[in-house]
Design a protein around this ligand. Structure first.
Ligand SMILES: C[S@@+](CC[C@H](N)C(=O)[O-])C[C@H]1O[C@@H](n2cnc3c(N)ncnc32)[C@H](O)[C@@H]1O
Length: 258
């Protein structure tokens, strides 16, 4: 499958720091990405249960080390699969774990704006679209070039204890704003698709203290703060979380059929 080329019309986003952090994390990502692993497996099973038919061509955005890529390849071994990611080392890890398989290709690209040629039957993505702000132009762009656009992403309401510990001190955390499930679902409905499937799930990971929670994001490379965030002294926040953190991941599964 030829390389995707990229649109230039989508809003400027500073992707270099995101790519750098995920690339730096590639070798350790899977040792720490317990939630992402569970989420990829649940998302793959959810997609299969939708009975969308067997795709001949799939393009994946933000494949990372390949947690979903491997499941897709196992489920649809004859599909031509194009795995893409912004972070070169993530993509390299993905390539190494899948090995030399003639029907899988790899491409470093900004998944917000990629134009796939030939067009895929499905465009899929796991736990990546929360990095895209604004998200809706990206969804419209990809839906225009695929019969099925399916993605999982983190939702508003995640990491409540971390947020609450900041709020009690009158502070705002560096976490990015994630989409609200109902608002996103409504926006998907307004895209003129023929069918929309959506589900929300909640997964929780227990950390012994706040520092280990923050570390868990750093280890997987997901610690680039929201734009405009000014680093603060985290000690008072960590003091509040010294007895443990239930890190709740609110996750949305969406599948838009054109
Ligand atoms: C949390 S990881 C998820 C990786 C994988 N899909 C999984 O489920 O484990 C997010 C991935 O999105 C990628 N990413 C972030 N922004 C991106 C962009 N603009 N275009 C393509 N990939 C991007 C990161 O490099 C990273 O590999």
């Amino acid at each position: 499958m030829p390389s995707p080329h990229e649109l230039t019309e989508l809003p400027e986003m500073h992707t270099a720091p995101v790519a750098r952090r995920f690339s730096a994390a590639a070798q350790h990502y899977e040792q720490a990405a317990h939630i992402q692993k569970q989420a990829a497996s649940l998302f793959d099973a959810w997609l299969a249960d939708l009975h969308l038919g067997t795709p001949a061509r799939i393009a994946e955005i933000g494949c990372g080390t390949g947690l979903l890529t491997r499941l897709l390849h196992a489920r649809y071994p004859d599909a031509a699969l194009l795995a893409t990611d912004l972070a070169p080392a993530m993509l390299e890890y993905c390539r190494n774990t899948l090995g030399a398989t003639s029907n899988i290709q790899y491409q470093v690209c900004d998944g917000r704006a990629a134009c796939f040629d030939p067009v895929p039957d499905w465009i899929v993505s796991a736990m990546c679209f929360q990095w895209f702000d604004p998200l809706l132009p990206v969804l419209r762009h990809h839906l225009a070039q695929s019969r099925v656009l399916a993605f999982s992403l983190m939702l508003d309401g995640s990491f409540l204890e971390w947020r609450a510990a900041h709020a009690q001190l009158g502070l705002l955390p560096g976490l990015r704003t994630c989409p609200d499930y109902d608002t996103l679902l409504q926006a998907c409905r307004e895209m003129g698709a023929s069918r929309i499937h959506a589900q929300r799930i909640s997964l929780t990971e227990q950390h012994a203290n706040g520092l280990l929670f923050a570390d868990s994001l750093r280890i997987i490379g997901a610690d680039q703060p929201r734009p405009g965030y000014q680093p603060i002294n985290l000690r008072p926040v960590l003091r509040q979380l010294q007895n443990g953190v239930h890190a709740n991941y609110e996750i949305g599964f969406f599948c838009i059929e054109k």
